[in-house]
Design a protein around this ligand. Structure first.
Ligand code: MN
Length: 201
């Protein structure tokens, strides 16, 4: 079963890449889940600026790096590169990953909330882990900036490359461009420069 792959060892790649005596990122562990699963989008000023899109699935945050960030326009297909699973605690992380460390740079919580898995098969709802293993998942986000359906579609023959696409629903809006007009953290209200400066003090 897909479920069996999670649990012990699910965060090995996350832990191996980080020195927790240097970075203030959470060490974290596989969590137990209750209530609606969370999603978080972290704006990350690493060597290349990107948005980390993360969905709680079976006690970890499944993660994708989205170079251009999410769109609210269903015609925009945004490349999303699958990255290592992160601990649930990471949804609260905002700060600066120190120079020389993996992912060095400022991180802010660009959007956060809960989501609903709306992936269906002919026979009814498809569990999230199964949907991701199958390369196609539909989620309905309830965030502060993003709302409504988003499709995650794996690009053929490349396990790491996906597309993140706004579904054409009542929350779709081709005129909005929240990545540029709403750059600040939904938690602290800070922008990336302020986060970076705050760590220097
Ligand atoms: Mn990142």
């Amino acid at each position: 079963m897909v479920k069996h792959r999670q649990g012990r060892g699910a965060l090995d790649r996350y832990h191996e890449r980080r020195d927790f005596s240097r970075s203030t990122e959470p060490r974290g562990d596989v969590g137990s889940t209750s209530g609606n699963p969370v999603f978080v989008i972290q704006k990350h000023d690493a060597s290349n600026l990107h948005y980390d899109f993360r969905l709680e699935v079976q006690g970890v945050l499944k993660s994708w790096a989205v170079p251009k960030g999410p769109s609210t326009d269903p015609r925009e297909k945004r490349l999303a590169i699958a990255t290592e699973d992160h601990p649930l605690d990471y949804a609260d992380f905002e700060g600066v990953i120190p120079e020389g460390e993996y992912g060095a740079g400022a991180v802010l919580i660009w959007d956060r909330g809960t989501y609903e898995n709306i992936t269906e098969t002919e026979n009814g709802p498809r569990p999230m882990a199964e949907a991701l293993a199958n390369g196609h998942a539909l989620v309905r986000l309830s965030g502060e900036k993003l709302h409504g359906g988003y499709a995650l579609q794996r690009i053929d023959d490349n396990a790491d490359q996906w597309l993140l696409i706004k579904m054409d629903d009542e929350a779709a809006d081709a005129r909005r461009n929240p990545v540029s007009t709403e750059p600040k953290s939904v938690v602290s209200g800070c922008d990336l420069d302020e986060i970076a400066a705050g760590e220097d003090e």
